[in-house]
Design a protein. Structure first.
Length: 96
C-alpha cells in the first residue's frame, strides 16, 4: 500500500495512525520527496530515494527506530536543515 505521508515538524515532534506495515515507497508531501521504508524484526527505517529538491542527498537515512506504540507509529526523524534527529509520531495523510 502506498500512502502519501505529510511530515510536519512542530516543536521537534512529528505527528501516523497505525496500519499493519509501513514497508514501501512513501511520498513525504514536500518537493516530491520519496522515501523507501523497510523493516527488520518489526523496526522500520526509511531512506530518501528521490526528490525534486536538488539539495537533498539520495540515500540519506531519514527515519529510524520506527515501531508501533499504543496504536501510533513512533520513532526518530532526521531534520535535514538542523542536521539532527528528533522524536517523531507519524500520521497518514491521503493516498496515492
Amino acid at each position: 500500500m502506498k500512502v502519501t505521508v505529510l511530515f510536519m515538524l512542530l516543536f521537534g515532534v512529528i505527528s501516523m495512525k497505525t496500519q499493519s506495515s509501513l514497508n514501501g515507497i512513501w511520498n513525504t508531501g514536500q518537493d516530491n520527496t520519496k522515501i523507501e521504508i523497510e523493516s527488520e524484526n518489526g523496526i522500520y527505517l526509511g531512506k530518501i530515494i528521490s526528490s525534486d529538491n536538488s539539495n537533498v542527498k539520495i540515500g540519506t537515512l531519514i527515519l529510524k527506530e520506527v515501531k508501533s506504540e499504543s496504536g501510533k507509529w513512533k520513532g526518530k526523524l532526521y531534520s535535514l536543515k538542523k542536521k539532527e534527529w528528533f522524536d517523531a509520531a507519524l500520521e497518514l495523510k491521503g493516498s496515492s
